[in-house]
Design a protein around this ligand. Sequence first.
Ligand code: HEM
Length: 456
Amino acid sequence: MSILTNLKTRLTGEKAALALDDIQALILRSRPEPYVGVHAMLHIDDAAGGRDLLRRMAGHVPSAAGWTDDRDAWMGLAISFQGLKALGVPQASLDTFPLPFQQGMAQRAEQLRDFGSNAPEHWDEAFAPGACHIALTIYARDDAALAVALDQAMKELDQSSGVTLVGRHAFGADADAKNPFGFRDSISQPFVAGSGVEPLPGQERAIAAGEFILGENSETGKPVAMPEPPELGRNGSFVVLRKYESQVGAFNDFVRSQAQSESDEELLAAKLVGRWRSGAPLPLAPERDDPELGADPQRNNGFDFSRDPRGLVCPHAAHMRRLNPRDSQLSILTDVNIHRIIRRSSTYGPKWHRELTAQDDTGERGIYFIFISARAYDTIEFLQQEWINRGNFIDLGTERDPVVGLHETPGTFTIPQQPVRRRVDGVTTFNRLRGGEYLFMPSLGALRWIADARWS
Ligand code: HEM
């Protein structure tokens, strides 16, 4: 059963508590499977021209009302701090945005640990500081639906003045939703309280809506700080956008060099991620892949780590367990529920194949890693510092995430085993950062508020 078909059977019949008709659809709506789409980055040279384009584009951005219905394509729109400035949003409002957002992602390289090969000086031009003002994303079910939606967007752009397209990138994946490394992706998502559907197994702990939607109560019982005025802030959210170039050949070589057979390779790859390539999680499929389990949304996330406190099945250092330790005992206490993120990542480039080596990898595969959270900038900086580029919280000292960690010198991956744990050396930076930005995803009302310059 696909994620979307499944959604309809999960409707509670109660009216959703959130202002769905004001919230952008992309916040609640998962990507279709299979999916295709386009990310476009726009730069505003003229405020009036930018606002005119925003007004017309906003007409194509669906709301989250009916987010469980089938839909062929949808667009989401988010704006950087420099973009809000270029659109003429008054300084008094700009000053109410959080500091990291005001500074932009490139200026936060220190806090994000974006050093060495991940440093902003190596980024694509579309992400040069201040270049990306508006990020537009279209997700579609197939090429035909994408062509219609893209045509609409491009017509609006052609008719605008004072706006430049600085970057455009197509993406997509087949029905199995596999990422550049051949793993099913975007399986585990937080359950947003008040969204009007029943949680899936594994999502029983609903996360307060204010963790994702500005103006709603968060996990602390109060809304997180919201940009002013409320017409601008309410029902919006923040977005982290990071473009990665995946070093798939290097990853394949690494796994191959540490394994005796193809099945050994698959087991090591599963230990690195926490799931097998099909999406089946190690806690439910400890020994071999189970593609039926991996594809079943009713089962593939229904687990915790209570029966694996030592990480003998799923290592503490596995990407999935690091980024959502669930009920694991952590050496550094943290409320895992305030670090949950709605992931909307998209895969680009050719499909994964086992034979690809570092030598013949042309670097054309990757991920636009995108997530949504009302405290997105704080969360990504915490994740980059503590859970991705350190190991102290799981008693692993300086060991880093094997999938997205920055490894300026080759690192180690620890696999707990009886009688002695195994340490696998030679982990390199398997995902190189090629750019990124902090963005604000306004409500539909706020898009009109900006477009009509309602502050004046
Ligand atoms: C760019 C390369 C990345 C790759 C190839 C990748 C791959 C994966 C895969 C295969 C999964 C398991 C399936 C799933 O639940 O969706 C996963 C889970 C996850 N990843 Fe990543 N990821 C990447 C980057 C990131 C980054 C940068 C972050 C956070 C800053 C992140 C956060 C997460 C989270 C929160 C989960 C879900 C954990 C859970 O709830 O069980 N990922 N990732």
